[in-house]
Structures are given as C-alpha cells and as structure tokens.
Design a protein around this ligand. Structure first.
Ligand code: PLP
Length: 435
C-alpha cells in the first residue's frame, strides 16, 4: 500500500525537511506518524487511510465555521472562475476591511497581506517608522510568526521542540528585541526605564495562545497600553489567533465585555479572516496606517496580497460568522472543556484548564495546577502525559493539536454528535495520561 500515513511520511521526508511544511505538524513532541489528510468537512477530517477524526485543530484556527463550509466553498469557486489573481485592486478587498473595521473599534484602516508573519512584521516596521525608534518589546511565550526579530522565546513550535530561539537570526537583529515575562508589570516598567526613549513598540498576543492559553491578568492589558502611551511607544495587539475567534470582535471584545477597554495603536489579524486561504491584515490608527507606501515612507508590498480567491473565502467566512455561529462555537467549547475537566479529575490527573473567550487549552502536571500566567510556568507542564492523552484520543478518532502548547480549536460545526464523540473518548484518554 503506497498511501498509508507511514509510506506518505517516508516519501515526504525524502524531499521535504522533516516531511512537513510547518514543524509542529511532524508530531515531534507527541511521537508517532502524522496523519496525512486528504479531505475535511465540518467538524471532521479524513486521512489517507480513509480514517475519519473529529478535528480539534481547525487548521490551527482558520476553520471557525468548520471545514469547507459549502457557502465559503461556493464563494471561492465563483471567485476562482472570475480569475485567480490580478495584481490590481479588487472591489472585495475594501469589503473585507470594512468588515474588520466594523468589528474592531481600534481599527480605522487596514492593509491585507497573506500571512500572520507578514502582518506582525509590517506592524513592527510601521511602529519603528512612526516613532523613529528601533527597540521592540515582546513577551516570553508569545508567538508572532517567524520573522527574525520575533523568534526570541516565541512559544508555539519553538516551545514544542524546546528551542530557546532560532539559529540563523543575526545577533544584531536579536538585540533589537527585549523579552519580558508575561503578566509581569514590574519587568515591563524596568525595561522601559532601562531603555528610555528607545522603545518603538510593545507587541503582545491579545491573549497568549501559543504557550497554551494564558489570558492577560485582569488590568494587565490596560497597564501595558497606558505605559506605552506614557513612554511614547506604540502598542501592537496581535489578534492573528484570537481575532474573530475568541469573540466576534476578537479578544479586545472579551476585554471590553469585562469592563476593560483597550485601544491598541495597531492590530494584526490572520487565520479566520482568510477562512482557510492565505489572508492576514495589519490595521489600526489611520494616521499610523497612512505611513505605509504609497502614502508614506514605510514600505510594504505583496504580489498576492488581497488575492481575490482568498479574500472571497475570508469575506464569506466573516459574513457567515454571525451570533448563532459564535453561540454554537461557545456551546461546543463549554461542553468539551467541562467534559475534559471532569474526565481528568476523575482519573486523578493533575491539570489546569485555562480559557480566553471561546479559546481554551489544558495544561497537564502537578507543577502547573496552580495556574499558568507566564512562559516559565507553561514550560513546566508534563508534555509526556499530554502525549499519552493525545494518542489515546487519536486512537478513539479525535484529532487534538500534536503539541501541549496549543489551544484546542472548536468550530461552529462541532454539533452534538461531534461533541459526543469527543466526550466519549475523554475518560480512557485521561486514564492513559494518568498511567
Ligand atoms: N501571531 C499569532 C498570535 C499566531 O498565532 C500566528 C500563527 O500561529 C502568527 C502570528 C503567524 O501567522 P502565520 O502562521 O500565518 O504566519
């Protein structure tokens, strides 16, 4: 048989480094052979061996409505039939940005790019252009894509593989990034005091979700925003993962609903706004955004930026993501989170489940049961226990993220049947984690 996952992995490894085009897909930290997927619909994915799984990866976030929503696919097909790429402005680009502006008060203007990495890269260049300063502050464990300056203590794949950072980043570039512990007010104040007048921006995930889910402590986001304003630095809120997922208006809305209104200068988006195709965006204050070429001196461009097929997928996704879709997503997240807590507790597995809006993840191990508010604590979780849990779930037909440092992604397509399959699989997986 040439189409087993093992055979496909061997073949891929011969020509693709590690057999994958993004590291965490390789199952490196959970062990075993990655499932090669050939089809996905709603809450389910199917591998090359014809096995179907309830999916909790959702393409790492974009599939808010579930996979291959028929209306999104129809919008993509219609756009593709009109032309794949023009390299000229198209009417739908402004429609997509209008949808973002409507949902996120901090965004007055936005530019479309193709990946979250590009969005954060551009946001940082804009902040440097706007302030005339060079230094950037990021939080340990926050992931903002794989551009050189952002790979220090970056969570996600680096956390999964226990890498402190990446080789190949010049020291001079790394030195422009100052890393401070998340949720640590004093550390942030110290870094501003030590580099007074030299910090262009603080970049933060709106709620951290690439070291497991770690929400900002109450008042922390406001503190960061006020400190930035006082010090003349810009605040960049990275909502690539949380945007249009944690809540209809992203994590900014979760904060606002809790009485904490934070208005960042720049916001980055990705994942959901492309509905599964490559669209991301950087947006924010009009005066800062207007510093981008062709209006201003900060250069940014992209052959495929605002690609019409990708924009059609994003626009259809956001238009379908109405209150009832978010209600279904929230109900599924609540049901799975409650069942996971119950199963792990019943099996005596030390753990803590942390949430940020509809996002959540589970940290395993006695070292973390008190809660995780920073990267140092997140790294003390029991990844071996997660590996056992992951494989037991996979054997029962539930595909979790192949890393303990990722959120569990529900979708609006996780109906009662899909949730029941997950809930039924949890007790045995919890016992496997305990063993
Ligand atoms: N920012 C955050 C918060 C992310 O979660 C990610 C990807 O996971 C990125 C940026 C990078 O996005 P992309 O993978 O599209 O480059």
């Amino acid at each position: 048989m040439t189409d087993t996952n093992d055979a496909l992995f061997s073949r891929a490894r011969a020509v693709i480094p590690g057999g994958v085009d993004s590291p965490v897909r390789a199952y490196g930290s959970v062990g075993g052979t990655p499932r090669f997927l050939v089809e996905a619909a709603g809450a389910y994915v199917t591998d090359a061996e014809g096995r179907r799984y309830v999916d909790l990866v959702a393409s790492w976030g974009p599939a808010l409505l579930g996979h291959a929503h028929p209306e999104v696919v129809a919008a993509v097909q219609a756009a593709a039939a009109r032309g794949l790429s023009f390299g000229a402005p198209t009417p739908a680009e402004a429609e997509l940005v209008e949808e973002i502006v409507r949902r996120v008060p901090a965004v007055q203007k936005a530019r479309l790019v193709s990946t979250g990495t590009e969005a954060t890269m551009t946001a940082i260049r804009l902040a440097r252009g706007a302030t005339g300063r060079d230094l950037l502050v990021k939080f340990a464990g926050h992931y903002h894509g794989h551009s050189d300056g952002l790979l220090a203590a970056a969570g996600s794949g680096l956390a999964t593989f226990a890498l402190p950072g990446s080789a190949g980043v010049p020291e001079a570039v790394a030195a422009q990034t100052l890393v401070v512990p998340y949720n640590d007010r004093a550390a942030l104040e110290e870094v501003f005091a030590a580099h007074s007048g030299r910090i262009a921006a603080v970049i933060t995930e709106a709620a951290a979700a690439n070291m497991g889910v770690v929400a900002p402590a109450s008042g922390f986001s406001t503190f960061v925003a006020e400190l930035c304003r006082r010090e003349g630095a810009l605040l960049i809120s990275d909502e690539v993962l949380t945007g249009f997922r944690a809540a209809p208006g992203g994590y900014a809305q979760v904060l606002a609903d809790a009485g904490e209104t934070v208005v960042p200068d720049l916001v980055t988006f990705g994942k959901v706004i492309g509905g599964g195709l490559p669209v991301a965006a950087v947006g924010g204050r009009a005066d800062v955004m207007d510093m981008l070429a062709p209006l201003g001196p900060v250069y940014q461009a992209g052959t495929l930026s605002g690609n019409p097929v990708a924009v059609a997928a994003g626009l259809a996704t956001l238009r379908l993501a109405d209150a009832s879709a978010y209600a279904r997503l929230a109900a599924a997240a609540d049901a799975v989170a409650d069942a996971a807590t119950a199963a792990l507790t019943a099996a005596g597995v030390p753990h803590v489940l942390q949430r940020a809006g509809t996002l959540f993840s589970v940290f395993f191990g006695a070292e973390v049961v008190g809660g995780v508010s920073d990267y140092a604590t997140a790294q003390r979780q029991d990844t071996a226990a997660y590996g056992r849990f992951f494989h037991a779930m996979l054997d029962a037909g539930v595909s979790l993220p192949p890393s303990a440092f990722e959120a569990w992604f529900l979708t609006a397509a996780h109906d009662d049947a899909a949730v029941a399959q997950i809930v039924d699989a949890l007790p045995a997986a919890a016992r496997a984690a305990a063993s």
